[in-house]
Design a protein around this ligand. Sequence first.
Ligand code: NAD
Length: 494
Amino acid sequence: MPKLFINGTWVGACDGGSREVVNPFDGSVVEAVDEATADDAEAAVGAARAAFDSGPWPASTPAERADLLLRIADLLVADRDRIARLETLDTGKTLRESEVDVDDVVAVFRYYAALARTDPGRLVDAGDPAVVSRIVYEPVGVCALIAPWNYPLLQMSWKLAPALAAGDTVVLKPSEVTPLTTIAMVEAVEKAGVPDGVVNLVLGDGAVVGAALVASPGVDLVSFTGGLRTGRAIMRAAAEDVKKVALELGGKNPNIVFADADLEAALDAALTGAFLHGGQVCSAGTRLLLEDAVHDEFVAELARRADRVRLGDGLDPASESGPLVSAAHREKVASYVALGLAEGATLIAGGAPPEDPELRAGFFFRPTVFTGCHRGMRVVQEETFGPIVTVERFTTEEEAVFLGNDTSYGLAGAVWTSDRARAHRVAGRLRHGTVWVNDFGPYLPQAEWGGFKRSGTGRELGPSGLAEYREAKHVYENTAPAPAYWFGSSRPPA
Ligand code: NAD
C-alpha cells in the first residue's frame, strides 16, 4: 500500500522511489516505504494550502476540533498493541517503553481536545464604554511538522494535536529512519474523518523532503524537533519568508546529586536517566554531578549496575534496553568514547558493543560510565546521544549551580537533595526548560516542554504548545462612531 498521504488519498512517490526501514535489533528489513521527492512535498503543501484557504477546517468550531482529537485518541487506544510493536521494530526501544509512548500520545490528544474547547480568547477593557475590544485566536495556516527518530510518534503528536486543535492544516515529515508509527497515526487521523488536505504525510530524506517543506512559500510555520545543526539550517531557510519557527533541539542535561539525597533513588534515576532508550533521549541525564562526599560510593555502584543492564531485543520482555537506532549512530557513539579516553576521562563501565554473539547483528552499545571528567572536555559538553554518562565532582552549592549551567544547551536538569529550600534555590537558578527535584524524566501534557539557550525556541505541550499554532487577533469595535475632524475638515477638532 502506498504510504504518502496527500489531499485525503494514499499515493506513492511521484518517481516511484522507496526506502527500506531497518530493525536495529538485527538489521533486517521491516518494510519498504515510499520515498517522497521535493515535488511530492510541494504537492502536499499545495493540498494543505487549499484546505486552509478554502476548506471548512480553519472555520470549524472548538467542539468539532475537540471531537476529532478524541476520535483519534480512541483509535490509537484500539490499535495500541500494533503501534507499540511497530515503534519497537522501528526504533529498537523496548516494548514497555513503546507502550508508554502510545499511552502518552493518547493523553496529549485528549489534553488538547479539552483545551480546544475551553480557551476562546478574552475581552479587553479599552477604557471607553463605547468600545468592545476582544482578542480572538486564529490558526496560523499551513504548518510543516518535522520530527526525529528517537520518539517518532510521541514527538509528532506534540505537534499534530495542538495544530489540529488550533485549526491549522499540516504536512507531517517523520524521520526517514523511523516512519512507521507516523503512518499508523495518519491512518487513525483518516479513519477519524479529518477533511481532505488537512493532514498530509510525506516520507523521506531530510535534506530533500524536509528542506523542500521549509523552503516552500506555501508554508506559514515550521515546527521542528531534531539536532542543533538541522535546527540552525531550518531557522536560516525560514528567515527568507519570515516563517514562524518552533525548534526543539538537543540537550546536555545535568543531574546534580547532593550528599544528603536519597541515594538509592538518585542512583536508580541516574541509571534510567542516562541509559533509557540507549541514551537516545534529548533530556537524557548524561552529565552527572556528584557532591564529593558521595562520589566514590555512588560511581562504584553506578558502574556495577551499568554493567548489569540486560541488552536485547526490544520485543523480549527480559530486555532492559534495546540497540541504538543505526550502525552509523553507533559509530558516532563509539567515536565519543574514543574522544573521552583521549581527553583523559577514566572508563569504569562499558565503552564498547557487547560481546554476546546473539546481539552481534544489532546496533548495540554497552552502557558506559566515565569518571574523572571536567568541564573542558568535549565529551562533557557535546550531546553524544548515546549511553554515555560523564561524572564530575563538586564541593559547594555554588559550584553545582555553575556546572549545571555550564552548557550551551538548556533543555532539562535535576537536583537531588533532602533539603527542600536548597532544592528550590538550585532549581530557580538552573537555566533549563525543565527542572526535576528528586526525580528524573517525567513530563506532563499540561506542562510546557522546551529549551533555554541552544535547546531551541518556543514550547511544546501545555497552553504554550497550543499558542505556537495560533495567531492572536485584536478586534476593536467602536459602538458609537463619531468624526474626530483631525484632517481635511473645515471644522476644528473637538
Ligand atoms: P535530525 O536533525 O538529523 O533530523 C530531525 C528531522 O529533520 C528528521 O525528520 C530529518 O529528516 C529532518 N531534516 C534533516 N535535515 C533537514 C533539513 N535540512 N531541512 C528540514 N528537515 C531536515 O535529528 P535526529 O538525529 O533525527 O534526532 C536527534 C536529535 O533530536 C537530537 O539532537 C535530540 O536531542 C533532538 N531531540 C530533541 C527533542 C526535544 O524535545 N528538544 C526531542 C527529541 C529529540
